[in-house]
Write a protein of this length. Structure first.
Length: 193
């Protein structure tokens, strides 16, 4: 249940900036939320239950992409323009499922870095590749470099938001357990005295 709450909050982090007419600059909880959701999909093995959870997450994210494209950005929706993003959503869930079943600081850090960097590389490549010749970026190495350069501020914010979200989602339960353990130990020492 918690995984779905996190997914819902990640979706809200994409929608709310548009609802209040504020630029988000790609500072969302999607990357960290997908890692967390994936870590709760199953116990290391992909099963029918994992497939259902993944399908439900993808359906919610696809609906969000449709809503944002048509209503927030007011562009026509073309599913083919989102295929790479939708595959990326699924792969990040699977990364969370494989890497973060037993989270550690290193694993969460690698997951956050991989999530943000892969989205930056894939999304900017798709923008460059799908733009009409000369419309946005020329189909040359210089055009590709210009596209990646233009995406750097978004990458920085996505990396920060993914690290913060993943750090909180995986770190706060560990911190709470440590606090509870120390309180329990202190209470036990008080009873023994």
């Amino acid at each position: 249940m918690l995984a779905y709450v996190v997914l819902f909050l990640a979706i809200l982090s994409r929608i709310l900036p548009h609802a209040v007419h504020a630029a988000a600059w790609n500072f969302t909880a999607v990357g960290g939320g997908l890692l967390f959701f994936g870590s709760r999909m199953g116990a290391g093995r992909f099963s029918r239950t994992s497939a259902l959870k993944l399908t439900s997450a993808l359906a919610a994210l696809i609906a969000t992409d449709y809503y944002l494209t048509v209503y927030a950005y007011q562009y026509p929706f073309h599913a083919s323009a989102y295929a790479a993003t939708w595959i990326w959503y699924g792969l990040i869930c699977l990364l969370g499922m494989g890497l973060l079943q037993k989270p550690s600081v290193l694993r969460v850090g690698v997951g956050a870095l991989t999530t943000s960097t892969s989205f930056f590389l894939i999304s900017n490549f798709m923008v460059w590749a799908s733009s009409a010749v000369g419309a946005l970026y020329p189909h040359t190495l210089a055009g590709l470099a210009a596209c990646y350069t233009a995406g750097l501020p978004f990458y920085r914010n996505d990396l920060a938001s993914t690290a913060i979200t993943a750090g909180a989602l995986f770190g706060l339960p560990v911190l709470a357990a440590k606090i509870a353990e120390s309180l329990h130990a202190a209470h036990g020492n008080d009873l023994a005295a």
